[in-house]
Design a protein around this ligand. Structure first.
Ligand code: FAD
Length: 548
């Protein structure tokens, strides 16, 4: 059976008919990582996500698989080591959606980074993260730093360091995890919101009340154990459980803004420091450059954080200072996104000082909450949580499960043993793309979204004389995502599966209409539902450039 909401009636029935070993709340990177790990161990798992998979922080990050160079400054050596080493594993298991990215760390007069300290820092980073020789840091003099990035201010630059990170598409990594978990036997439902906990006489959680947001119907599911992987919403659920303690989340907002690449034509990714000592990325990608991030305490609406004027001004100042010739203005921002970091509160610490470590909190009712952490370390977090669940299942239910195998598990789309194999697969597809009138660029972009499933996407391509090639391709991609990636709403496709709304805004306006029409046909929406879907995606489209 496909991972499609066409099968939703069946999934809903299955969710209610059995008791699950484990129910995971939250379909971000953490929840989907746990669902995959657990299902691979033979743990009967259900995952419930109240919006779309990846809707939360996991689609609004800087989109890097990185060890967190700046955490070295905070002496978080274990975090840098664990997460740094994890980069190579995440890359190996999903080569299509994780790509090596060379970073330039410029050193400027009166900046917070010194030549020697940066060189030493990058060396320690390479050592801790176990970086292979060919990707270890190289220090540059002024001349070569400016050659690497001519946009830098010649009067200020004194040198730089080159080192490697990995770039990803966060929401695609999440959906590949969800698809993999589904393939391994987990049941995953999007638009299924956990409303409350069902408890036994002894006060232990025995199940959940869930609302199916596609029909507004409420139902119950039964569970031996429940993991709360709700990211920024973790404390909302702990409160519902009656277990919110002094250990609580501190949310901080991080904003990214997007420019056309011509307006900020960086030759490569740059990681630079700004006047307040924080570090900012400028990352080129497919005709755009995105810049971020901010880090400010956030106490407002968790469901839809947005960039405001202050955030945008902060990033504009930072970028104009580092690259003075670009002189960017608010009107040049073509898109933006804002995410919330679910960090653990520590008294007296500023947002940037708060640790990115993850933490597991178990409540008296048995609710296992996991918070903090990073996209990059998702697999380790999943292993830790699933180990605890496996132990509980063995102790209390005599259920014996296998050991964690995710270290070597190739994710959906990442079915390549080596980088060369991935490249050869892409090359082998080029004639097929050519025959449909699609060039190499289109093929490469599609490959970096769907990897070894790209051919399946192409199988949905229907040639007709009445349509432009672009439209035929969009329909193919959309139909694939409806049939194999559980797309329900227009934003699922235009934001999470493809990133079009953030990275190809100009063409998105015309795509919205087509996507809404197609989904109206598939889900048989009445006019009210269709208008609601249209309004929802239009609002998100407007929010990306409206700053208050
Ligand atoms: P989320 O992705 O937020 O997932 C939680 C999910 O739970 C949501 O989808 C939500 O809808 C769902 N949910 C909530 N309540 C309910 C309910 N009642 N019922 C059902 N579902 C519910 N890390 C990196 O490694 N690299 C980076 O480059 C990076 N950059 C970052 C930049 C920014 C600006 C931010 C904010 C974070 C960044 N991070 C980065 C950290 C990383 O993005 C997060 O640690 C990670 O995405 C958190 O994932 P999560 O699954 O825990 O939470």
């Amino acid at each position: 059976m496909n991972f499609s909401n066409r099968n939703r009636p069946h999934f809903l029935k299955a969710a209610q008919q059995q008791e699950f070993d484990l129910v995971v709340i939250g379909g971000g990177i953490t929840g989907c990582g746990i669902a995959l790990d657990a299902s691979l161990r033979g743990i009967k798992t259900l995952l419930l996500e109240k919006n779309d998979f990846g809707y939360g922080t996991s689609s609004r990050s800087t989109k890097l698989i990185h060890g967190g160079l700046r955490y070295l400054k905070q002496l978080e050596l274990k975090l840098v080591r664990d997460v740094g080493r994890e980069r190579a594993i995440v890359y190996r298991n999903a080569r299509h959606v994780v790509l090596p990215e060379r970073m330039l760390l410029p050193i400027v007069k009166n900046g917070s980074l010194g030549k020697q300290s940066s060189s030493l820092g990058l060396m320690v980073y390479d050592l801790l993260a176990g970086v292979k020789k060919s990707e270890q840091r190289v220090m540059l003099n002024k001349h070569f730093t400016l050659e690497a990035e001519p946009l830098l201010d010649e009067s200020k630059v004194t040198g730089g360091g080159l080192y490697f990170e990995y770039r990803t598409d966060d929401a695609r990594l999440v959906i590949e995890l969800a698809k993999s978990a589904f393939k391994e036997g987990a049941l995953l439902l999007n638009y299924a919101e956990v409303r409350s906990f069902v408890k036994s006489d002894s006060g232990k959680i025995a199940g959940l009340t869930v609302m199916d947001k596609t029909s507004d119907a409420t139902f119950e599911v039964r569970a031996k154990y429940v993991v709360n992987a709700a990211g920024p919403w973790v404390d909302v659920l702990r409160k519902e459980d009656g277990s919110l303690s002094s250990k609580r989340l501190q949310l901080t907002k991080g904003v990214h803004i997007v420019f056309r690449h011509e307006q900020l034509p960086v030759k490569q990714a740059v990681y630079f420091d700004v006047a307040d000592g924080r570090m900012i990325f400028a990352i080129p990608r497919n005709g755009i450059t995105y810049v971020g991030t901010t880090d400010t305490v956030y106490n407002q609406d968790i469901d839809s954080p947005k960039a405001n004027n202050q955030d945008v001004q902060y990033l504009l100042n930072a970028v104009n200072q580092m690259f003075p010739s670009v002189n960017l203005k608010k009107e040049d921002v073509v898109s933006s996104w804002a995410g919330l970091r679910p960090l653990i509160h520590e008294d007296g610490k500023s947002p940037s000082e708060l640790s990115r470590k993850d933490e597991v909190i178990v409540s008296p009712s048995g609710l296992i909450s996991i918070a903090g952490g990073k996209l990059t370390g998702y697999r380790l977090m999943a292993e830790k949580v699933t180990d605890s669940v496996a132990l509980l299942l063995s102790k209390n239910f005599s259920k014996h499960t296998q050991k964690c195998v995710t270290k070597k598990y190739l994710l959906s789309g990442g079915n390549f043993a080596t980088r060369e194999e991935a490249k050869a697969y892409l090359k082998s597809l080029l004639p097929k793309f050519g025959a449909l009138g699609l060039n190499e660029n289109v093929a490469t972009n599609l490959f970096h979204r769907y990897g070894s499933n790209t051919e399946k996407v192409l199988s949905y391509f229907v040639k007709t004389d009445s349509m432009q090639t672009d439209e035929m391709l969009l329909r193919a991609e959309l139909n694939y995502c409806i049939e194999h990636e559980a797309v329900q709403m227009p934003e699922d496709f235009l934001i999470d599966r493809t990133g079009y709304l953030f990275f190809a805004r100009n063409e998105t306006a015309t795509k919205i209409k087509l996507v809404v029409e197609q989904l109206t046909n598939v889900w048989q929406w009445n006019d009210e539902k269709k208008q609601k879907a249209l309004q929802s995606i239009q609002q998100k489209y407007d929010d990306a450039v409206m700053f208050e």
